[in-house]
Design a protein around this ligand. Structure first.
Ligand code: NAP
Length: 276
């Protein structure tokens, strides 16, 4: 039996085990996906020990995504982002290599909905860990990225690292959105209380709006974007595709996207608890 796992702390409510195990069943792979909660002091030993034990692959979540960067080799995208959420064990020596499938997951979520990113003008709200990954993903796909954030200097700092990007305050959203085709919310606003990071009257039918908050699935932002006639993409799509991308990285097989999506949405609708 193969073993895959998730490193985080806490990871008790993670949606990844059922989603990945649904994929193993569909692919006929004899494998389990288990969660681990190491202390940060033993994180590097945990990764190397996992490789030595023959664990096939690891995901990494809060609070370790940045810590891992200094501990293992990285692919180019993870290196530029400065965060890892997926580790593969590669070559005869099973060398751990870090990837960032959050970034690819966001891009694939948009592509799944036929959003053309090459040449698009995209407004990204948020400059935290997820915002950083998405900014690189959008720019790599050919979009012009405009980052707006509550703390403006976080947006301008991130923009300096992302080709062609600019950083702004949330107060500038009206003028930024006037020229945009794509809007992504990568802040946590919308998780608690019925709140949106964007005033409803700034939304219209020209926009595709993706919210990466996945609890609730229908955030106030998405509800108001729908009412304005915009296309909307909920946060489960990015979560799905970061898992799809990780599974394909580990197994070299095409992931059973529908089975993983069904599992994920079943878990999300079954639970009222907090995840990840
Ligand atoms: P993070 O690193 O803590 O960043 C939080 C971001 O939200 C920052 O830009 C912060 O702005 C902003 N923010 C927080 N409270 C705000 C408020 N009251 N008003 C305006 N902006 C506010 O968190 P993260 O890891 O990037 O995660 C952000 C969200 O994405 C979370 O809800 C998380 O669950 C979700 N997420 C989803 C996926 C997925 O696959 N769907 C993946 C990763 C994360 P400042 O810079 O001003 O603090």
């Amino acid at each position: 039996m193969d073993v895959y796992g998730l490193l985080g702390n806490p990871v008790g409510h993670s949606l990844s085990p059922p989603m990945h195990e649904a994929a193993y069943r569909e692919l006929g792979i004899d494998a389990r996906y288990v969660t681990f909660e190491p202390e940060v002091e033993s994180l590097e030993a945990a990764i190397r020990g996992a490789g030595a034990l023959g664990i096939k692959g690891l995901n990494v979540t809060i609070p370790f995504k940045q810590d891992v960067v200094t501990m293992i080799e990285l692919d180019d995208l993870a290196d530029r982002i400065g965060a890892v959420n997926t580790i593969g064990f590669e070559g005869e020596n099973r060398t751990p290599v870090g990837y960032n499938t959050d970034a690819v997951g966001a891009r694939r979520a948009l592509e799944h909905h036929d959003v053309a990113l090459d040449g698009a003008r995209a407004v990204l709200i948020g400059a935290g860990g997820a915002g950083r990954a998405i900014a690189f993903a959008l720019a790599d796909a050919g979009a012009t990225v405009t980052i707006a954030n509550r703390t403006e200097e976080h947006a301008t700092e991130l923009a300096q690292a992302v080709p062609g990007a600019t950083g702004h305050s949330l107060g500038e959203l009206e003028s930024l959105l006037a020229n945009a085709e794509v809007l992504v919310n990568a802040t946590s606003v919308g998780m608690e209380g019925d709140r949106s990071p964007v005033a409803a009257d700034l939304l219209d039918r020209r926009l595709t709006v993706m919210d990466i908050v996945y609890q609730p699935l229908e955030t106030r932002l998405l509800r108001e974007a729908n009412e304005a006639g915009a296309e909307t993409i909920d946060g489960a799509w990015m979560l799905l595709y970061q898992g799809v991308e990780a599974l394909e990285q580990w197994t070299g097989q095409e992931a059973p996207v529908d089975a993983m999506n069904e599992s994920l949405r079943g878990e999300l609708s079954d639970s009222s608890g907090a995840f990840k």
